[in-house]
Design a protein around this ligand. Structure first.
Ligand code: AHR
Length: 492
């Protein structure tokens, strides 16, 4: 299959906000307890954080980590996770029907984030709680004043404020599964007042309002309009969430899911601009795709998990090779929409629908660790439009899916990275790359992730079953059938 990619220096989508390579750690399953935190483990540091996990998180170079949820946050009292550990309460977490021991809270997590070389994107509880607790938390985290919550932080041993700049106004408040779900109008009021107070405490923070829980919600669109009308001047971003899966084992359809993600992003961006025009505002509200991933493998097994235990194995999807290809296409879509998507979080980071998995005897990496790693390492700079000419295919619901999808990034050091997935299950794509406005650029590295078995997985026993490999450069460039590719070019 002949494929042509054209990249033009003049055709810039946007400077990429590095926060699109963010992730999420929720108090859910073994993400925190037995994931990032396991006192007594042979790799645990002085605070009980697993250093093997920290090493991989640093390797991913994740600029932000959303915390502490997810659904968990809608029933969470942040104060429970502060102060002396021995007096912290054990509580029921109604979101995941587990027990929360509160041995990790913001006091510890901010230190984990520092050690992981990342920043926190903090979510406040707008389910069981509201503006009052939210503004207190901002004071606890960010102020240096002689007032109650800033003093409380100092009493708890943290002289310097944590300096958390990015905040989420609740989580998925439209979802019937959410603790204290709301109508759009109810949420808009609550979020608007919380936002006002939070910014009055610290005007330097940025706020993300909840969009719909996914594109298939019955209220999608109307929810966004109502929330934006109610909060427009007080917020900076609106969230998008979507998980993808292959429950019917229809791989061509599954590999086309990024087309839906692209449409979702463009629809929400259009709604933001509609409300901007309606309000005659100068401000542009951008998008925070703060939960995206593949989630379906663990759904059945999770129904059998015993309720109300601490840190059970939940949402432990084991990702196969085709999942990694889909993750690659979703990353390409985020880069290609970087003019509007300024924040994105691969949900999640450790053990729970995650690229990094732990056991007592070690850590291992899932297949989708690699596309995320490559995008995070080589996808920083300016996103350029990619013209692609290739064959297409149809699925039942999506017509004209290009076999090859790609994104191009002009890195800050002048190199160009092209990320490409060949969706064809049986044909290699012979790639002809045309650069306009770039003199004498040549391919110097071609990284490929590929496997003859689409369902193959990594595991603690076989952690290197699926790992990227370098391909020869120099002759014809080929994107093998069903492969993820990073093509790196520099001036000769
Ligand atoms: O990431 C898992 C869950 O998915 C989150 O808690 C929730 O926000 C979403 O429904």
């Amino acid at each position: 299959m002949e494929t042509k990619i054209t990249v033009n220096r003049q055709s810039v989508i946007s400077a990429i906000d590095n926060r699109i390579y963010g992730s999420l750690i929720e108090h859910l399953g073994r993400a925190v307890y037995g994931g990032i935190y396991q006192p007594g483990h042979e790799t645990a540091d002085d605070m009980g954080f697993r250093q093997d996990v920290l090493d991989y998180v640093r390797q991913l170079n994740v600029p932000i980590v959303r915390y502490p949820g997810g659904n968990f946050v809608s029933g969470y009292n942040w104060e429970d996770g502060t102060g002396p550990k021995e007096s912290r309460p054990h509580k029921l977490d109604l979101a995941w029907q587990t027990i929360e021991t509160n041995q990790v809270g913001i006091d510890e997590f901010q230190e984990w984030a520092r050690r992981a070389n990342t920043k926190i994107m903090m979510a406040v509880n707008l389910g069981t709680r509201g503006a009052d607790e939210a503004r207190n938390l901002v004071e606890y985290c960010n102020l240096d004043t002689d007032t109650y919550y800033a003093q409380l932080r100092r009493r708890n041993g943290f002289k310097k404020p944590f300096g958390i700049k990015l905040w989420c106004l609740g989580n998925e408040m439209d979802g019937p599964w959410q603790i204290c779900a709301q109508t759009a109008a109810e949420y808009a009021r609550k979020a608007c007042e919380a936002a006002k107070l939070m910014k009055w405490v610290d005007p330097s923070i940025e706020l993300v309002a909840c969009g719909s829980s996914n594109k298939d919600m019955a209220t999608f669109g109307e929810w966004e309009r109502t929330v934006l009308r109610g909060c427009y001047e007080h917020i900076d971003y609106i969230s998008l969430h979507n998980y993808y899966g292959n429950p019917d084992n229809d791989t061509p359809q599954y590999l086309a899911q990024a087309v839906n993600m692209d449409e979702f992003i463009k629809t929400v961006a259009k709604i933001c601009d509609e409300i901007k025009a309606e309000k005659g505002s100068d401000k542009t509200v951008n998008l925070s795709f703060d939960e995206w991933n593949i989630w379906f493998h663990s759904l059945e097994q999770d129904k059998r998990v015993k309720r109300y235990t601490a840190a059970p194995r939940l949402l432990e999807d084991i990702y196969n090779f085709e999942d990694a290809l889909v993750a690659g296409t979703l990353l390409i879509t985020l880069i290609n929409n970087s003019d509007r998507v300024k924040i994105a979080c691969l949900a999640q980071l450790v053990n729970v629908i995650a690229p990094i998995m732990t056991e007592d005897n070690g850590c291992w990496l899932q297949t989708l660790f690699y596309p995320f790693l490559h995008a995070s390492l080589f996808g920083r700079g300016a996103a350029l439009n990619v013209g692609i000419s290739c064959e297409t295919y149809d699925t039942e619901s999506i017509k004209g899916v290009p076999y090859v999808t790609a994104a191009a990034v002009l890195n800050d050091n002048g190199e160009i990275s092209i990320f490409a997935v060949n969706r064809s299950l049986d044909e290699d794509a012979v790639l002809n790359t045309e650069f306009i406005g770039f003199e004498d650029y040549a391919l110097f590295e071609h990284i490929e992730l590929n496997c003859s078995d689409l369902k193959a997985v990594n595991s603690i026993e076989k952690p290197d079953n699926i790992v990227p490999a370098n391909k020869q450069t120099g002759g014809k460039t080929e994107l093998s059938a069903h492969s993820w590719n990073v093509l790196r070019f520099r001036k000769k």
